[in-house]
Ligand binder design. Sequence first.
Ligand code: BGC
Length: 381
Amino acid sequence: MKRRYIYSVVLTLLLLLSSAVVALAQASITKQSFGKTAAGENVDLYILKNVHGMEAKITNYGGIVVSLTALDRNRAYADVVLGFNDLESYLTKNDPYLGAIIGRFGNRIAKGRFNLNGVEYKLAVNNGENHLHGGIKGFDKVVWTGREMSTPNGPAVVLTYLSKDGEEGYPGNLRASVTYTLTNKNELRIDYSASTDKATVINLTHHSYFNLLGEGNSDILQHRVTINADRFVPTDAESIPTGELAKVVGTPFDFLKATAIGARINQDHEQLKFGNGYDHTWVINGRPGTLRLAATVAEPVQGRVMEVWTTEPGVQFYTGNFLDGSLTGKAGKPYPRRSGFCLETQHYPDSPNQPAFPTTTLRRGAPFRSTTIYRFRMPGQ
Ligand code: BGC
């Protein structure tokens, strides 16, 4: 009797152990060629799989997340980010930063100018009179050095890039590193770090366009969004902050309770006119520097839920207002207006010219660190 009991316990333990080993064995990272740039640089595609079978494809060209799968309530996977199948499309199409790493400075710097230590720096101007997303050739258009890594949390790829003193007008040699980890908790975790040899400004972010119905499948107007922010950053007609941090209460910018993106997007509100819809930074409640929930997005039909956690002070919520159907995605379907949304965690726009905003100055010897997590789950999980 006793012996049989011991046998069954041992057998159960062995079964548990072998299923754990099988599950862990499923996590993987492989690398394949994704082609060459016009200058002949080799570009790779890293395919990360976690223990549950969730998959991310990431290229070292622009640090772009090419695809990312997530389960729906029927346990069916769909690719939930907008993107292209081939490097050629990223290189040649008028790509609005689909899935890319943005740097050195995400968002706008007014007139492409700022002062640091008494010196005026002039940056590349690429958005009307202003500087946007790092300039003409930002971090989204350079080839990073990639290295795959297996971690206890899941497969990872480490991307590094040296941005030389003067690149796009910025001072200082900036060494940037971005680690993407596809964790076994169904998260795409992004750890950013950087250091400089001379004072500069920095605002790194990630620019995936999400559609929780799967890329190319309808607009995102029924997705229900919650943003953990009592205030947002109003702008002028060119999306440059006025300097005020306005209360969201009583405005279409109040997402403290889950609200469909489309519920108020066409309201007669000056800020919605300036943004062509939502294209603003929200001031995330809680202490910057600590990882806290910035936003939750729930798609009501298929049931995918995405949470965004970050150490950054703000999040730019952009509703794909400038997509116009001219780009065709991975499944061969066009991307019309508002067929994807971005939640770009970051400092507030134009911070180098706004002394009251949290600083984006990075000094020599003071390392920059920032973390953002896109976590996927099903309702009730
Ligand atoms: C900006 C938009 C811009 C888009 C793509 C977003 O981060 O806020 O204004 O159109 O990126 O370029």
